[in-house]
Design a binder for this molecule. Sequence first.
Ligand SMILES: [Cu+2]
Length: 116
Amino acid sequence: MKKIVLSTLVIVAASAPFTVAVAQQKVNDMKGMDMPKKPAPQAGATHMAKGEVKKLDAKAGTVTIAHGPVQSLKWPAMTMGFDVKDKMLLDKLAVGKTVDFEFVQDGSKYVVTAVK
Ligand SMILES: [Cu+2]
């Protein structure tokens, strides 16, 4: 009886460091999996569209464009407002003009970054 208890203790004692080592290895593996931190696919992406300028407010730096479908955002054609941060771009915009333009999402806003 005494012998059985002793050998059980030995087995537990012997296997304990191994169990800890395996657990540690698992934690390290998980950390490794988290390593490549890629941004969300759409974050910071530039979208391209073609549209007709409907309204322009140079002072506020906003433009309303009736744009065609935007594939990268799965948008249908629509008329909507954009911010225009770069005043240089405002010179390229005029009501009634059809432009190819690029824009990015900035929070809940869409900002025109290039006009061709
Ligand atoms: Cu839109």
